[in-house]
Design a protein around this ligand. Structure first.
Ligand SMILES: [Zn+2]
Length: 300
């Protein structure tokens, strides 16, 4: 077997700063149990995963039948909770993303098994999707009866062709966010919209669970954003923040999973996680620091 290659981060990918401060060590609780660290940019406050696997080995970190966003699994407690949250979220995501937009072309980047696109298609949107994971893409193509892209290099879109681009918990996985943002800037209609959903490391559940917080998801999540860092990245590419909308269900799912990472033997992880999810949402009413946030950006 080929020796896997890792790289260290010594520069911020948003602002170029080398003022990176170590936060704490954590690990890949989900799959490999490998150790990683989190470092934070003193200038723009982006948190980066270091070291990180070479892109040529990235797919290996998703090879698990428990990586639910790539499948339509229905057995097991965590899978059941994930699917319930998915059903509750898809309608909400659609309403938030399309509010006050005329029906047109939607491009879901990192579309997983295609549930958001399926819902959008039912509402008369012309759909475009991209999913690098082969199994997920095949499931989505069957569901949507259309061919999807494997990478942005395959896209044959004209300038400003797309009215709505969505990144549902995707940007944090992308190896070259700057390259993706240049692509988005090119294909997004001047009156179009970019919707970005991200975990929020300033949420109560993130601070409480710290190294066990499931939404750090190392090393699949290469970057970790707060409001300041995502806005700075988008502004660099001519996109302006219009609105932030909470994803309340994620606090429960993420807290239950974090509780399991923290106490793997515990039988009360479900109840404890539910309780912490509730506390997180309650505190966020005042601070807007929900576990996950949807950011709406437009070109002007
Ligand atoms: Zn920075």
């Amino acid at each position: 077997m080929k020796q896997p290659i890792f790289h260290q981060r010594n520069e911020c990918i948003i602002c170029g700063s080398t003022q990176l401060e170590k936060l704490f060590d954590s690990k890949d609780f989900f799959l490999t149990k490998e150790n990683y660290s989190l470092i934070k940019c003193r200038d723009c406050s982006l948190i980066l995963t270091t070291p990180y696997p070479d892109e040529s080995n990235a797919a290996a970190y998703y090879e698990s039948q428990n990586y639910f966003s790539h499948q339509d699994r229905k057995e097991g407690t965590i899978a059941k909770i994930y699917n319930l949250v998915k059903i509750l979220n898809v309608k909400k995501k659609y309403q938030v993303a399309t509010k006050n937009l005329t029906v047109g072309k939607v491009f879901d980047i990192g579309c997983g098994t295609g549930d958001f696109l399926s819902y959008s298609k039912k509402h008369a949107w012309e759909i475009f999707g991209l999913e690098p994971n082969n199994d997920a893409r095949k499931l989505a193509e069957e569901k949507l009866q259309t061919q999807l892209l494997k990478s942005i290099e395959q896209a044959e879109l004209k300038s400003e062709e797309i009215q709505l681009i969505t990144l549902w918990h995707v940007l944090e996985h992308i190896y070259k966010p700057e390259e993706l943002m240049r692509f988005i800037d090119k294909v997004l209609d001047k009156n179009g919209r970019l919707v970005v959903a991200l975990p929020n490391y300033e949420s109560y559940d993130a601070v409480y669970y710290r190294k066990y917080w499931a939404a750090f998801d190392l090393p699949r999540h290469l970057f970790h954003f707060n409001k300041k860092s995502i806005v700075q990245l988008m502004n660099k590419h001519g996109l302006v923040l219009k609105k932030i909308v909470p994803m309340r269900w994620d606090a429960y799912y993420v807290s239950i999973l974090s509780e399991k990472y923290k106490n793997p033997e515990s039988i009360s992880f479900f109840v404890k996680g539910l309780y912490k999810g509730f506390i997180s949402n309650f505190k966020a009413k005042r601070t807007m620091n929900y576990s996950s946030l949807i950011y709406i950006f437009e070109k002007k």
